[in-house]
Design a protein. Structure first.
Length: 274
């Protein structure tokens, strides 16, 4: 299961340039509100786990991600990213339906159909080219829609920032909404499942590794910064498209969600807004 260490969700915008303009962002990133501080009763334990995860990233994830970016062609990386995003469509579709978001469910189904067929099993994101944009959903968001609070802040070994609600939703229930994952598990093809999970995490982490390093260097208290940013990111996801200008954060999970925040792959500049 160690390969699950690669499963990073990274909903950030292009942030490096903004940091270069000055150090005014340091305090903002490092500060957590009083409400957030109160809602972190396990802070001492969380910080120990957070430091463990940081060591894991320094020793394993960052070197691998930098090697991947340096050796794999940008076009190939984009195709891999598109393919992996397409595989997550059933989970998104199921949660769209569970939330009563039928129009968004139709969008998810249409994207999956177009990209699986015309896009050659998802290697090309033809749907986005046609103006059908991707969104992300998970069962943690579904629970929030039905009124379940996030509970206290929690840092999980390997998986990183979370909460009781998101742990149940994203790491437990979503796995039962993934037909490919269930089939691989039921047919004892665990090696393929681990490979896909590792590829998902590597793809996402490689896309944000440089900006994540900038956040770390410019934060007075990196733990507090990540805690605050994680909560803002989850609120934006639950609100279905209320995009916040957030840097990327190391949120380890099964889900991968850069598109909601227009996160580019490393070395790829996002298109200028029309």
């Amino acid at each position: 299961m160690a390969v699950l260490a690669f499963g990073l969700a990274a909903p950030g915008t292009s942030f490096g340039a903004g940091l270069a303009e000055g150090d005014s962002g340091n305090v903002n990133l490092a500060q957590a509100s009083g409400e957030e501080a109160v809602n972190d009763p396990l802070e001492s334990m969380n910080r120990v786990i957070f430091d463990f995860n940081e060591v894991l990233q320094d020793v394993l994830l960052r070197p691998i991600a930098k090697f991947y970016n340096a050796t794999v062609n940008v076009t190939v990386r984009q195709g891999i990213s598109n393919f992996l995003d397409n595989l997550s469509s059933p989970v998104i579709f199921a949660n769209d339906l569970l939330q009563g978001e039928f129009e968004r469910a139709l969008t998810t189904f249409g994207r999956a159909f177009i990209n699986t067929t015309i896009g050659i099993v998802g290697l090309a994101d033809v749907a986005s080219e046609l103006g059908i944009e991707r969104h992300d959903e998970d069962f943690g968001q579904t629970l929030a829609v039905y009124g379940m609070g996030e509970g206290f802040y929690l840092v999980l070994p390997i998986f990183g920032p979370s909460s009781p609600r998101d742990t149940i939703g994203k790491l437990v229930i979503d796995s039962y909404l993934d037909p490919l994952g269930l089939w691989l598990d039921n047919t004892d093809r665990d090696n393929i499942q681990y490979t896909l999970t590792g590829a998902e995490g590597l793809d996402e982490y490689a896309g944000i590794v440089d900006e994540l390093n900038q956040v770390k260097k410019t934060s007075v208290d990196y733990y507090a910064a990540v805690r605050s940013l994680y909560r803002q990111k989850r609120k934006a996801e639950i609100n279905n498209g209320s995009i916040l200008e957030l840097p990327p954060i190391p949120d380890l999970s099964y889900g991968i969600t850069p598109e909601d925040f227009d996160q580019p792959l490393a070395g790829v500049n996002p298109p200028a807004s029309q």
